[in-house]
Design a protein around this ligand. Sequence first.
Ligand code: PLP
Length: 373
Amino acid sequence: MPLKTRTYLDANATMPLKPGVISAIAATLAETGNASSMHGDGRLARKRVEDARAAVADLLSTNPAYVFFTGGATESNNTVINSFRGKKIFISAIEHPSVLEAAPDAQKIPVTADGVIDMDKLETMLAGQPDLISVMLVNNETGTIQPIAEIVRLVRKISPQTRIHTDAVQALGRIPVDFSALQVDYLSLSAHKFGGPQGIGALVLAPGAKIEKLLRGGGQEKRQRAGTENIAAIAGLGEAARLAVTDMENFQSLAALRDRLEATLEKAEPRLRIFGAGAPRVSNTTQIALPGIQAETQLMALDLAGMSVSSGSACSSGSVKVSHVLEAMQVPESEALGAIRVSLAWNTTQNDIDLFTAAWLEMHGRIKARIAA
Ligand code: PLP
């Protein structure tokens, strides 16, 4: 076994594959067959696809007939938004770019300082009777959980014809998600955020919810998404879905590690900001800022110390941009530019957290000494 030299705390970017998923993918890669072929090899490939569909449906307590595989959540989100082209769309101000950029003309639903949908403002906006509203279940930067069930109740009361989409990418495997109970019309998910492979996801529809397909060609996925199925990736997604059910309790216990991490850092630096801390959050995520110290400076120091974490701000063409999520939460720019995200994975241990806090405290000490000099 190679010595582990890095500490991976960037699970919201991509989650390490689970061993059971690797085995499922490897076993499927060794098989040959197109799921559309009628012969025995084709029928085996079809079985892999349908078993995975049943596992995803099980995870979401829904009917497999309404689960469609895609090339990831970006495609799922684009498919839904594209189906409402030219119509009135409302999205939350903290959506992932795969929703934001797909709907450039959408009206934005504001969030509170803790990064949760502002229900009063949403209620007022709903008088505008949108055709589609899209609100994510869990935010990828802060980990805040959005009150989707409450949002659905409000939408159905004020604007009953509005269709509702939720990007559940950062919720699956982290909190229980019951598609039927949520009563949304569309739900997007991505395998690589809960222990499955990259490049595979799904779109789940409520009975009667229609989509306009993005990819045309073959009749795969009941004519909803053309293209030969990626059987190995689909089998990996299915296994990740099965494991998400059995591993949920373990994943939720990561909150103890995350809370200890936050407490240690706060003790060393009283000015530390923890974004979304006043709202319900998933167990594995913390977005923190060291005011006045750019995230890139922190990331470089932490990377040198072997820590894989990410910044809360997007860096494009050499200029550092404030994260749109923190902007929507009205975080002052000096704090937002210092935001980093630490996201724990299913295999994160206390030792990983100790290594991270030691590296962070070391960096903090150096920065303070430099400022004092
Ligand atoms: N939605 C959210 C909330 C995400 O965090 C991500 C990935 O970063 C996506 C959508 C896109 O998912 P994918 O990588 O499967 O395209």
